[in-house]
Design a protein around this ligand. Structure first.
Ligand code: PEP
Ligand code: MG
Length: 756
């Protein structure tokens, strides 16, 4: 008599609940469980196999010979039971012996039974056993019966894990898969070793059988409501703080979040007696199993989106919303995430955070810039990384090559350690030249400064060998604060930075908030709805409209620079009047400070950041008014190419060494030179030796780069003949080769310039 509705599954669950709560050994409970299932499912046989020392061992049976218990063993992949466990799939056969994997085990006496149905018992997505039923009649089990078996298997996994009956609960499907090497996009170089930590930890379902079905239903409703709200707001969150490329994911999320079928299936699982958590997990398992049979990469991708959402729902319902940063890192960790915002990254303990692996990510996103600044290697575009590794597994990260090794064996580990030593040696060599002047072979003295943004960066300035801080991103302080940092807090930070810098110059940039640096306490409704915040109300545009904010920052900077030179610049200027207005606002604050008898800076130098191409057309107007210009190549190139800097799909599409960029920069440099205004190149481009070589070829001699690049860029400059590269660049720009990068690296090789 087949089961007809969820109520029947519920009957089994009620019985299971009673067995689990009863006294007695785990073995006696399992014996009762198989009796109960066999009876309720009107099956002649019900057996439980559990994974032990890599074998699936018959642990309890109703209907097979008792002598076979703890005797019959199958390897993973062996027989029907081994196939179910190895592949994590269901078998439902009218005639078991006809299946190619069928293996006859005489001690069981199973020759009398024809039909066979088995489901894997899973824990944390890994098989730990198999639950099987058999029948003398050659009939396939009905869908509802298979569903009931899966529900029971889920509850059993809780009982098995609690009783520690299997070593499999700690083993993983992936772990037995052995080492795995994956390649992605090198975002921040460096090598590291650590254990995998998920930024959004997976929830382990601990209680599977519901005490009160209505209460569980209400919990799921509430969680759905909250999740839908979150999805609707997601565009504002840091993790989805940017634009375009996330649109597709968001749409899919939305589609799933509002999918009636999904919530209905979860409800049906609750009806069968599961807790909200178990019901979500149960439906997820079923979808996973179905998807395994489909071989469509696009659908698989969608499947991951649903997994994400399912995990989110689980985290909401179980109240475990925090990221791994809140729990803290116990060991050296390699953080794994789909994507990460700069503020989220900064929440982690820097001593323990050794590397970050992302499924998305792009070279100039602010998270990557922050990671580079704090020296954490990052690899992006590692598709599927979250499903290829488990919490706590060892990962070797080779940020220099953009590759990772998961679950390394001894040989892989020793090879990696050897390369790590070499890389450290190379770094030590760079460190040795860090303090030598950045002077070319023909005597051109370059200034090499660092980009910074945190108080700690200033402390390490002396050691970095840099000539100063060429870009202090003041918005970092805002990014790491839960509330708006007031004038006092800003003042304290700037004072500390200037003190630490001693007599080295520091160029403060006023806040560049917005775009992928959205702040919850400062965002505007319209901005949240903007399709492209990178081109929206950000940086100086926001500061000019929120003049109170800018005034507070101006006062903090002026007061912190009392008796010293204050160098300040404004980000994202599109037209000269914006510069004038910002400068005017600063000058008003200087007047205020004078009247208030505050100690004034000995000198104030004002600069404009050139990041918006339109400004390049207005240099004749702007240059006479500024003390210096700073070219932000990250934004400038994204706007020149109309290519979102944080879009992973475009991360490798346009080259910094493209003739369009180089010609554009040359015009700026030439014009500024004629006007006698110094130009500093301060995007990520200048921190790459080959790109920096090209920049010297364009006439640049002033750079602000990430601290880790000081050694390599100085090594390049010290091995370069500036006149020779200038001549060569002139030729290359007049008649651009098909592959500028290749032409430049060939030239560097021929002239022994150290670029890699
Ligand atoms: C730039 O755009 O190149 C730049 C230096 O500013 P940020 O990266 O902070 O936008
Ligand atoms: Mg910028």
């Amino acid at each position: 008599m087949p089961l007809s509705a969820a109520t029947s599954a519920r009957e089994i669950l009620t019985g299971l609940h009673a067995i689990m709560a009863s006294r007695g050994s785990a073995q006696s409970k399992l014996d009762k469980v198989v009796d109960l299932i066999a009876e309720k499912m009107a099956s002649e046989v019900c057996s439980i196999y559990l994974l032990r020392e890599n074998n699936l061992e018959l642990f309890a049976t109703h209907g097979l010979r008792k002598e076979a218990v703890h005797v019959t063993r199958l390897r993973m992949g062996e027989g029907l039971v081994g196939t179910i466990a190895a592949e994590g799939r269901i078998l439902n056969l009218a005639e078991a012996a006809e299946h190619p994997a069928f293996l006859y085990k005489p001690e069981t006496g199973e020759e009398h039974f024809h039909s066979f149905a088995g489901v894997p018992i899973m824990r944390l997505e890994s098989p730990i056993g198999v639950l099987a039923v058999q029948h003398a009649d050659p009939r396939r089990y009905e869908e509802v019966e298979i569903e009931a078996l899966q529900t029971v298997a889920m509850v059993l996994s809780e009982m098995i894990a609690a009783a520690r009956l299997t070593d499999g609960a700690r083993r993983s499907r992936l772990r037995s898969a052995g080492p795995l090497r994956l390649s992605g996009l090198r975002l921040v170089a460096g090598m590291a070793k650590g254990v995998a930590v998920f930024h959004e930890p997976r929830v382990v379902v601990e209680h599977t059988v519901a005490d009160d079905i209505e209460a569980e239903r209400a919990r799921v409703y509430g969680a759905f409501r909250k999740m839908r709200e979150q999805i609707d707001n997601m565009a504002k969150e840091a993790e989805f703080g940017t634009i375009g490329e996330h649109q597709e994911i968001l749409e899919t999320y939305r589609m799933f979040a509002y999918d009636e079928g999904w919530s209905r299936r979860i409800n049906a699982a609750i009806d069968s007696g599961l807790t909200a958590e178990a019901a979500i997990e149960r439906v997820q398992q079923r979808t996973r199993a179905r998807m395994q049979e489909i071989d469509d990469p696009l659908l698989k991708e969608r499947m991951h989106d649903l997994e994400d959402l399912s995990n989110r729902l689980l985290r909401i319902v179980s109240g475990r919303m925090g990221t791994a940063a809140q729990t803290g890192l116990a060991r050296d960790a390699v953080l794994i995430a789909r994507n990460l915002g700069p503020a989220e990254l900064l929440e982690y303990d820097r001593r323990r955070l050794k590397a970050v692996l992302l499924e998305e990510g792009s070279l100039t996103s602010h998270m990557v810039i922050v990671a580079r600044a704090i020296g954490v290697p990052v690899i992006g575009r590692l598709h599927d990384i979250r499903h290829s590794v488990e919490d706590g597994e060892t990962i070797l990260v080779d940020g220099d090559n953009g590759s990772v090794i998961i679950r390394p064996n001894r040989q892989l580990l020793s090879g990696f350690e050897h390369r790590m030593t070499l890389s450290q040696k190379r770094r030590a060599e760079f460190a040795a030249i860090r303090n030598l002047p950045a002077q070319t072979l023909d005597g051109v003295r370059c200034s090499v400064m660092v980009n910074a943004g945190l108080a700690e960066d200033a402390g390490s300035l002396a050691m970095s060998g840099a000539d100063g801080i060429g870009l202090f991103r003041t918005e970092f302080q805002f990014l790491v604060s839960a509330t708006l940092p007031g004038r006092d807090r800003q003042f304290r930070l700037y004072t500390k930075v200037l003190e630490a810098a001693g007599n080295r110059p520091v160029v403060f940039r006023t806040v560049d908030i917005g775009g992928d640096k959205a702040l919850p306490y400062l965002t505007d409704d319209a901005e949240e709805q903007a399709e492209n915040p990178a081109m929206g109300w950000r940086a100086l545009r926001l500061s000019l409209d929120r003049s109170t904010l800018m005034k507070a920052q101006a006062r903090a900077l002026i007061e912190a620079s009392g008796g010293k030179v204050l160098m300040v610049m404004f980000p994202m200027i599109s037209e000269p009047w914006e510069y004038e207005e910002a400068r005017g606002l600063f000058e008003e604050q200087v007047e205020w400070a004078r009247h208030a008898h505050r100690k004034l800076p000995s000198q104030i130098l004002y600069g404009a950041m050139l990041e918006v191409p339109a400004l390049a057309e207005m240099l004749d107007q702007l240059l006479p008014r500024v003390d210096f210009v700073s070219v932000g190549t990250n934004d400038l190139t994204q706007f020149l190419f109309a290519a979102d800097r944080s879009d992973p799909r475009l991360a490798q599409r346009y080259d910094w060494l493209s003739p369009a960029i180089l010609r554009f920069l040359k015009r700026i440099l030439d014009q500024a030179q004629s006007a006698g205004v110094p130009v500093r190149i301060c995007g990520e481009m200048a921190g790459r030796p080959l790109e920096a070589m090209a920049l010297v070829g364009l006439g640049a001699d002033n750079f602000s780069i990430t601290p880790a690049a000081i050694g390599p860029v100085k090594a390049m400059i010290r091995s370069l003949d500036a006149a020779a590269i200038r001549t060569r660049m002139g030729q290359l720009l007049a008649k651009p080769p098909k592959d500028m990068r290749k032409a430049l690296s060939d030239w560097a090789r021929r002239h022994d310039v150290v670029v890699g």
